[in-house]
Each structure stands twice: as structure tokens, then as C-alpha cells.
Design a protein. Structure first.
Length: 529
């Protein structure tokens, strides 16, 4: 969750089990009846609002009209053209007063000092920020405002489709089980998946108690909130079974999804309108399957309506293999969204920065050009509109343009080499960068052909720029801008006007000058006026 990311340090990547976990992709289930998507007219962007951001960035006291403040916050998203809002209501507790789960503020005394047990258990993190967040949740409830219900009502008024998004195995603050972030069941070691590392204290879905915990939250959500859709977010986190038991767990999880799908269908019948079921998955089909997340089988059985293929957190992916997902979902009527994260990191060891408008536009263009039915935004919270890299006008313009490939590809955009932050179980993955050699090439899909009056240039980060390398784009020589550098000292090369013919995988060639190899740390294609 983005708010919590301000409170804790960086997240570590998972360590897979030593043995490979091979996925059996065969399934004899019949395809879903009918053709086309079961989400006719699906438009984006789809926007995930995490369970803590509003409360962290908006301090709600008794002097604040909580309902009106919530409305104003979400009006910013409606004004930016968000078509589907996925309201995340949980991590390891809920941000509303639940009857079946613990709430974030259970046990908190707002009048107590920092020596109060609840506060002391926060450790050395951002105590003031966490208290502000918890106090806001508590105050909203004290004013008689049901936060998810209020957001849903505002969505209805503004013509935005409201969904509830549930995190299926969140592990924030996993290194400290005394932290008040955790509910009681998470503190019991017998329910942990094990295996060490950051995800070792995730819950193991092989336990009936774990599945029942989430079932209770799903039932409550469906009964309590008049939603258009329910999302099961398996990207927080996709590691649901003990190491080595992922394929055994695959069958367990599929049966559980059957049961949850039936609950959703029953709720839709009672509400008298459709309620769709979506799942958030790793960007690569085979990675999802290796961890026991068989979304293609769920689609073929008609259990789900939407798949969101996405990176986890560490960086945008500008080259997600969405064609593989389209093929895996072919004939099922299940819609596909391409997920965008808020961070940009060219390589695993490199620094992470918040994406710019141009980078977001490039990733959205690539997703729609690769066949996604819509763009899905995660951690793109409205406060970034006030940053110099976005501005309120730029935020509205960029998000609104994500509704179509023509609109988003017309904006200035960047397409970059990054890496995949989730690997398959047992997979040995090599990130594209850094790369070193005398002659290197990188493929970047940039989508539609730029407008005739657009400029195209390539930015290259090299370790020692004293002797700039030669750069080409799709075989055409690019010209170095002498004495001018881009962000972080990148070398800038102007490309010929016809270097991007459109709708293909574009190749950047980088050749060392002289005897020494060149070490490349970053590659971006930029398109702009």
C-alpha cells in the first residue's frame, strides 16, 4: 500500500523454493458460454484506491465533515476520467468497522500518549503518521460514516463504477508481529507459509482457517456494499502456499474460487444487477501458474470476469506479454486490463523514482497496443497531481487519455527498458539491465506510429559516458546531442523522423566506440512535440 510505503522501508523480493514448480496448464473445462467480453463497454482507466491512502493524506478530526471530505477527495478521480474505482478495504485489518475482521483502530486510544501499548508497538517507524491515519479512520466511523459505502455512493453520483478490492495475503510490516497492523490470526506461526524471507509470514491457504477468514470478509463485503464488482487482489501477495506445495495448492485455490464465484453470483441475484469478479495476477501467465494462480482455468470455467496482469510494486513494466494472457483467455469472454505501477526502476539494483506523466503514458500506450481492454492504475493517488512532474491539469489529462489508445498515444510519452519484479517459482531470471558488451540491442514496443510532426529521441545511461557509444533505432543511425544530457546525465540521441513505423517491437542498438565495452544502465525511447 502506498501510504504504508511512507512508513516503512523498501520491500524485498521473494526467494523461491529451491526446486522448480512446474505448472500443468491442461484443463478440460468447457469455455464460457457466449462470445466477447462479459464486461461489454469496459473502459478505463480502472483505479485502485488502497485502504490507507485517503486516511494518511487527509487528517480527519471532529472539525472536519468526514462525508464531504471523502466526496471531495474522490471527485478528483472522477474529474480525471476514472471509469472504474476499486475501493480497497483491507490489508491485515479493515478500514471500516467490520463485524468479521479486526479494524485498523481496534485497541487504539486517541487520548493516550506514545507509551500506550498500541503506540509503543509501532516501533521506530512513522509513529505520528500512523496515529494520524488510525485517528482519521476512527473519527470517520465516530461520525457515523461508513467509508466504503460513502465512496460507492459518490461513485454512483459521478458515473463511476464502484468495485470493492480485497487484498488476499498482504504482508506489510511482516518483520514485526507486534505491530498493530496485524490481526490475531497472522500472529500464529502455524498459519504462515514459511520458507523464510519477506513473504515467509504470509498466510498458507492450505489451512481451512485461512480460507474461512477471507470467505467471511467476502461474504460481509457482498452483503454490506452495493458494488458492481469484487476484485480478489492476489498481487498482495501471490505467495499463498508453503514452498514446494504450490501445485498442490493450485487445486485447493481453484476449488475455493469456485465457491467465491458462487457467492458473487448469489449476491448479484439478490441485488438484482450484475456483480463481476476480477483477479489481479502477475504480468506473465507462466509466473502466475507456477505459484498456483490458475486464472486461465478460472476463466474457462466462467468463474471470473476480469484479469488484471501487472507488475507487483518495484517498477513499471513497459513490455508485459499481454498477448500471452489474451491467448490464455481466448474464448472465455474474460476482459484483460494492463496494470501500471507508480515506480520506475530500470534495474533491480537501481534507484526507484515516481513515474512521470510521460512514462505513465508510454506504459499505458504499450498495454493498450498489446491488446489490453483497459488500463489499470495502482498507487496513482490524487496527491501526486500536486507534484511538479504531474500538476493537477496534467494528472487529469493523462488519466483521461488512458481511456483509448488513440488518445494516450497522442501525448508525449516515454518507453523504457525495465525488469520483472515477480519471477516464477524456481525460475532463474536475468534482468535486461545492466548490460555490458561491444554491441548490444534492446527491444521496446512503442505502439502506434507517432504523428508526422513528433520528435523521437533515445536516452541512454552508460556507466562511463566519456566515450559516447553509437546508437541506432530500428537500424537507423541516431545523432548525439553534444553538450546536452537528460535525467541523471543520460546521453540524448535524436532519431530520424521515420525511425518508428508503429505497432511493432522497436530495437535500440548500442555499439561501443573503441576497444572497451560499453556498460548500459538505462534505455528510453521518447516521443514528443
Amino acid at each position: 500500500m502506498a501510504a504504508a510505503s511512507r512508513v516503512f522501508t523498501c520491500l524485498m523480493l521473494a526467494v523461491c523454493a529451491a526446486s522448480p514448480c512446474l505448472a500443468d496448464t491442461t484443463d478440460q473445462s468447457p469455455p464460457a458460454a457466449g462470445g466477447g467480453t462479459r464486461m461489454p463497454g469496459l473502459a478505463g482507466p480502472l483505479f485502485n484506491q488502497d485502504c490507507t491512502d485517503y486516511f494518511y493524506t487527509n487528517y480527519v478530526t471532529d472539525a472536519v465533515d468526514a462525508g464531504a471530505d471523502i466526496d471531495a477527495y474522490f471527485d478528483v478521480l472522477a474529474d480525471a476520467g476514472v471509469k472504474v474505482l476499486l475501493i480497497n478495504t483491507n490489508a491485515r485489518k479493515t478500514n471500516y468497522k467490520s463485524a468479521v475482521w479486526e479494524s485498523f483502530w481496534d485497541g487504539y486510544d486517541p487520548q493516550a500518549g506514545d507509551d500506550h501499548p498500541f503506540v509503543k508497538s509501532l516501533g521506530s517507524g512513522d509513529t505520528a503518521g500512523y496515529r494520524r491515519m488510525i485517528h482519521s479512520m476512527m473519527e470517520i466511523d465516530r461520525q457515523g460514516v461508513d467509508y466504503p459505502a460513502r465512496v460507492i455512493a459518490r461513485c454512483r453520483k459521478r458515473g463511476v463504477s464502484p468495485w470493492i478490492s480485497l487484498r488476499m495475503n498482504d504482508v506489510h510490516f511482516n518483520d514485526d508481529l507486534n505491530h498493530p497492523f496485524h490481526g490475531a490470526l497472522w500472529r500464529e506461526e502455524k498459519y504462515h507459509r514459511g520458507g523464510g524471507g519477506y513473504y515467509g509470514r504470509g498466510l498458507d491457504y492450505a489451512h481451512q482457517e485461512v480460507r474461512d477468514l477471507y470467505r467471511a470478509l467476502i461474504v460481509e463485503s457482498l452483503e454490506r456494499y452495493d458494488m458492481d464488482g469484487l476484485e480478489l487482489d492476489f498481487m498482495r501477495e501471490p505467495y499463498l502456499f508453503r514452498p514446494g506445495a504450490e501445485q498442490e495448492g493450485r487445486a485447493i485455490l481453484t476449488q475455493w474460487i469456485r465457491e467465491m464465484s458462487a457467492l458473487v453470483k448469489d449476491a448479484a441475484d439478490k441485488r438484482g444487477h450484475p456483480i463481476l469478479l476480477g483477479v489481479r495476477m502477475p504480468s506473465h501467465v507462466e509466473v502466475a501458474l507456477s505459484w498456483g494462480l490458475d486464472a486461465p482455468a478460472w476463466a474457462r470455467e466462467g468463474l471470473i470476469d476480469l484479469v488484471v496482469a501487472t507488475p507487483r510494486w518495484a517498477t513499471l513494466e513497459y513490455d508485459m506479454p499481454l498477448g500471452d494472457w489474451k491467448q490464455a483467455l481466448e474464448g472465455t469472454g474474460v476482459a484483460l486490463a494492463g496494470g501500471l505501477e507508480i515506480l520506475h526502476r530500470p534495474m533491480p539494483s537501481g534507484p526507484a523514482v515516481s513515474v512521470t506523466r510521460e512514462q505513465a503514458a508510454g506504459a499505458a500506450t504499450a498495454a493498450l497496443a498489446a491488446g489490453a481492454d483497459a488500463v489499470y492504475l495502482f498507487n496513482y493517488f490524487s496527491p501526486i497531481a500536486n507534484s511538479p512532474a504531474w500538476t493537477p491539469e496534467g494528472y487529469r489529462a493523462t488519466l483521461s487519455a488512458m481511456s483509448s489508445l488513440d488518445a494516450i498515444s497522442a501525448l508525449p510519452r516515454r518507453h523504457a527498458i525495465t525488469w520483472r519484479d515477480i519471477t516464477g517459482c524456481g525460475e532463474h531470471y536475468q534482468a535486461p539491465l545492466p548490460a555490458e558488451g561491444k554491441s548490444l540491442s534492446f527491444e521496446i514496443p512503442t505502439g502506434p506510429k507517432p504523428a508526422d510532426n513528433a520528435r523521437v529521441w533515445v536516452e541512454v545511461h552508460v556507466e562511463k559516458p566519456d566515450t559516447p557509444p553509437m546508437v541506432s533505432l530500428n537500424g537507423l543511425t541516431c545523432t548525439l546531442r553534444e553538450g546536452e544530457t537528460g535525467a541523471a546525465g543520460a546521453l540524448i540521441y535524436d532519431a530520424p523522423a521515420n525511425a518508428l513505423p508503429g505497432m511493432q517491437r522497436d530495437t535500440v542498438g548500442i555499439a561501443a566506440v573503441g576497444d572497451a565495452p560499453v556498460k548500459v544502465m538505462g534505455v528510453e525511447i521518447r516521443i514528443g512535440p
